[in-house]
Design a protein around this ligand. Structure first.
Ligand code: FES
Length: 174
């Protein structure tokens, strides 16, 4: 008899996105690649955030020059949309699900464990800059809770031991 396939096995094969440190040359290349798009500012801001995890203030004059906007206009868009981080966070983002289905199967203990092991509260980043802890309310993986997401990779049935094994590989690394 074959064991039932584990739902998260395929997802575990997905690549983990690693954020890069802010680099002016890379930022300029992203801007150059997308600046001819219609309404280029938002796609560029998203691309910068995807690459670096945030939009550095140094991007404002670059964007203003390349898109023929005032710095105030660029700044206004960045601050209007709450999606954009303006400061660097951890190189990896760990999101623990706090919604009801996961809470009923142990996410409260998982949260406490995560905070203790990382030494941070929600929205905090470990002192080595490797991991930023965030909360999330349902990852669509309720049947396999407690759930957590590391960058773009979803994990189910996360026990404290499993958390240590997954997150231990991130700490100290890039
Ligand atoms: S409640 Fe946690 S994934 Fe839905």
């Amino acid at each position: 008899m074959h064991p039932a396939p584990r739902h998260e096995t395929v997802r575990e094969k997905m690549a983990v996105t690693t954020l890069e440190s802010w680099d002016q040359g890379s930022a300029k290349a992203i801007i150059a690649e997308k600046k001819s798009m219609d309404g280029a500012l938002l796609p560029i801001l998203h691309a910068l955030q995807d690459r670096f995890g945030y939009v550095d203030d140094a991007a404002v004059p670059l964007l203003a020059d390349e898109l023929n906007l005032s710095r105030a206009e660029v700044h206004g868009v960045i601050t209007f949309y709450h999606d954009f981080n303006r400061h660097p966070g951890g190189r990896h983002v760990v999101k623990v699900c706090r919604a009801e289905a996961c809470q009923s199967v142990g996410s409260v203990a998982l949260e406490a464990h995560a905070k203790k092991q990382l030494g941070v509260d929600y929205h905090g980043t470990t002192s080595d800059g490797s991991v930023q802890l965030e909360q999330v309310f349902c990852l669509g993986n309720c049947a396999c809770g407690p759930s957590m997401m590391v960058d773009d990779k979803l994990y189910g049935r996360v026990t404290p031991q499993r958390f240590d094994s997954i997150v231990g590989k991130l700490k100290g690394g890039r």
